[in-house]
Design a protein around this ligand. Structure first.
Ligand code: PRP
Length: 181
């Protein structure tokens, strides 16, 4: 990758690690002694999820699962419904479920996924999101565990991509407009 593709670093590796640790500490307290199904939304959430779960106290009995949802086109954006391309392996009825996402932009993906999972009768259903873009309006949903509120920029790194690239960067950067214009 060309280092000039990144206009500036928004969050350093150390800043991310500190915030992820704070979220993990809260989750550890909230679910101590309980079973928790942690659901990662691929692919963007993979890096955040891997770091988050390793910081959660082992007294939380964690089970991992993953979903893949469709990127919404204009039709889905207007309906607010995303389709599930890869569903959960486990039955979440009666279980504590924590959805892990890298970023909330419009919030449509998560809102639709939550409605889908809530219909399966979990004991509890919460969300951990690393980043939420400040779009200047009332957010569609307010995650219980939120890392950082970000400016409305094109962000890459730590799981976030542009055209499948930059996910492996250990920091979160603002992509230079030159790359996508
Ligand atoms: C990104 C991100 C969320 C969604 C957020 O996923 O990981 O799932 O977009 O957007 P929204 O709040 O406007 O719905 P993307 O479709 O880019 O797939 P990826 O996770 O594979 O990068």
């Amino acid at each position: 990758m060309n280092p000039a593709d990144i206009k500036s670093v928004l969050y350093t590796t150390a800043q991310i690690e500190e915030r992820v640790g704070e979220l993990a500490a809260r989750i550890s307290v909230d679910y101590r002694g309980e079973k928790l199904i942690v659901v990662g939304v691929l692919k963007g959430a993979s890096i955040f999820m891997a770091d988050l779960i390793r910081k959660i106290d082992p007294e939380v009995d964690i089970v991992l699962d993953f979903v893949v949802v469709s990127s919404y086109g204009s039709a889905a954006a207007s309906s607010g419904v995303v389709s599930i391309k890869k569903d959960l392996d486990c039955d979440i009825a009666g279980c504590n479920v924590l959805i892990v996402e890298d970023i909330l932009d419009t919030g449509l993906t998560l809102k639709s996924l939550m409605e889908n999972l809530r219909a399966r009768g979990p004991k509890s259903l919460e969300v951990a999101v690393l980043l939420r873009k400040d779009l200047g309006n009332e957010p569609v949903l307010k995650p219980k565990y939120l890392g950082m509120e970000t400016p409305n920029e094109f962000l890459v790194g730590y799981g976030l991509d542009y055209d499948e690239r930059y996910r492996s960067l250990p920091y979160i950067g603002i992509l230079d407009e030159r790359v996508y214009q």
